[in-house]
Design a protein around this ligand. Structure first.
Ligand SMILES: Nc1ncnc2c1ncn2[C@@H]1O[C@H](COP(=O)(O)OP(=O)(O)O)[C@@H](O)[C@H]1O
Ligand SMILES: [Mg+2]
Length: 262
């Protein structure tokens, strides 16, 4: 059964999409069957993987609304050599999704019910969350086994994390009733500028706060991470030798080890 992991942080610009896309691609690189769900109306993960959103015939909105099945909206994406991952794309259609979800019964479990239909076919299902803590992100958390929290190594990095952690706690409590668990997969430090003291100070601050909960791998600031999406490919395709490509592969390895070598 595939492990479902939400990549979440209500702050924008912390590396959620970059991490979702490149962790998904790196897991696929290591032979894992991966489904990436783009749950942000901006559709950045979708565009980052070279999909022209205006040409799509179906997207996550259609699946959530029951207009199409999740299988009908999945697109296979070539990531490295002969490796592929599956993508559930997002478009601007998702912009009004919170209101639409609220109209449904069991409105926090809509994503869970559609992911349940396909997760057995995958090793990992990653959900790229929107920068918000509304119904959409709650749907992602209720569908998940764990949460990966990217934190940008910048001033005020852990500001606002209390709200995210409180939300996770509420979901954990409610899932327990259903005999399910939501764990924290790990905190990922992103965009570290290794040359600055300020960057390392954040690393220390976050490590103090989350202790063992921080991934050993941290992602440094790297121009390849910024440029790859403009070519519509993951970093490991655009610049396989770049530090970002190497680090996201190392993150994938760490995650696989944490989950499969117990
Ligand atoms: N390791 C990195 N090095 C340099 N720039 C990065 C890195 N990771 C992400 N970025 C850039 O930072 C911005 C925000 O990243 P993104 O993944 O879109 O964050 P979020 O999804 O949390 O809003 C993007 O422009 C992205 O290209
Ligand atoms: Mg994003």
């Amino acid at each position: 059964m595939g492990k479902v992991i939400s990549v979440a942080n209500q702050k924008g610009g912390v590396g959620k999409t970059t991490t979702s896309v490149n962790l998904a691609a790196s897991l696929a690189y290591y032979g894992k069957k991966v489904l990436l769900i783009d749950f942000d109306a901006q559709g950045s993960a979708t565009t980052s993987l070279g999909i022209n959103r205006s040409k799509l015939t179906g997207n996550l909105y259609d699946a959530l609304m029951g207009i199409k099945t999740i299988k009908e909206v999945i697109i296979p994406i070539q990531v490295a050599d002969k490796k592929t991952l599956d993508l559930v794309p997002a478009t601007i259609d998702l912009a009004g999704i919170d209101m639409k979800l609220l109209e449904q019964n069991d409105h926090t479990f809509v994503l869970d019910s559609i992911v349940a239909k396909v997760k057995a076919q995958y090793d990992y299902v990653l959900i790229d969350c929107a920068p918000a803590l509304g119904i959409s992100t709650l749907n992602a958390l209720y569908a998940s086994d764990s949460v990966l929290i990217p934190i940008q190594c910048q001033f005020l990095a852990i500001d606002g994390l209390t709200q995210l952690l409180n939300t996770i706690r509420v979901v954990q409590k409610n899932l327990k009733v259903n005999k399910r668990e939501l764990t924290i997969e790990g905190v990922l430090l992103t965009m570290l500028d290794k040359r600055t003291k300020a960057g390392w100070a954040i690393v220390n601050e976050v490590k103090e706060y989350f202790q063992e909960g921080v991934f050993k791998t941290f992602i440094t600031s790297n121009v390849a991470a910024q440029v790859a999406p403009t070519y519509g490919v993951p970093i490991l395709t655009y610049a396989p030798k770049s530090s970002a490509a190497v680090l996201y592969k190392s993150l994938a390895k760490e995650l696989i080890e944490n989950n499969e070598n117990k």
